[in-house]
Design a protein around this ligand. Structure first.
Ligand code: GNR
Ligand code: NI
Length: 161
């Protein structure tokens, strides 16, 4: 079931293997110029997310293990989203404007934060990855199929004569 799937992917303990994975994920994310990455995006089915929303040179990595979202705001906001799993495609997506996130940090300590703005949007985008949901799943069938069609045409191995 979906519930047991979630259970299986839970991280039992944040140990050195998990920290190594988070380091690798962060490196992958920076290399791809992303602001967030879920473990499943590098093929690891664990409930782990890394993010860095800092625009300046100084890195501000954030780590979320077994994240849970509560108290989603009834007020929604719209951001233009992109996704490393849907390269070069962007769309305006509406999500709760604020939420609370309960998670384990890099050291396995439990934390609760209030997220707003881009942080709220990004953590919800990444949480969706843990459930196999992409931002294009919120679009109309037409918009989604247009993006999927573009993606199929943009494959680098396509030979354009
Ligand atoms: O790099 C990313 N930018 C972004 C912009 C708006 C909303 C969400 C994101 S996440 C994305 C990286 C990614 O795909 N993470 O899963
Ligand atoms: Ni994504």
């Amino acid at each position: 079931s979906a519930a047991s799937d979630v259970y299986k992917r839970q991280v039992i303990r944040v140990g050195n293997d998990e920290r190594k994975l988070m380091d690798d994920m962060l490196e992958t994310m920076y290399a791809a110029n992303g602001i967030g990455l879920a473990a499943i995006q590098i093929g690891v089915p664990k409930r782990i997310i890394v993010m860095d929303l800092s625009k300046d040179k100084e890195k501000k990595p954030m780590f979320f293990v077994n994240p849970e979202i509560n108290n989603k705001n009834k007020i929604h906001s719209i951001y233009e989203e992109g996704c490393l799993s849907v390269p070069n495609q962007f769309a305006e997506i509406e999500r709760p404007s604020t939420c609370e996130v309960k998670y384990l940090d890099y050291n396995g300590n439990q934390k609760i934060i209030k997220a707003e703005g881009l942080l709220a949007t990004c953590i919800q985008h990444e949480m969706d990855h843990l459930e196999g949901i992409l931002f294009i799943d919120y679009l109309s069938k037409l918009k989604k199929s247009m993006i999927l069609k573009k993606l199929s045409k943009n494959k680098p191995d396509r030979i354009v004569v």
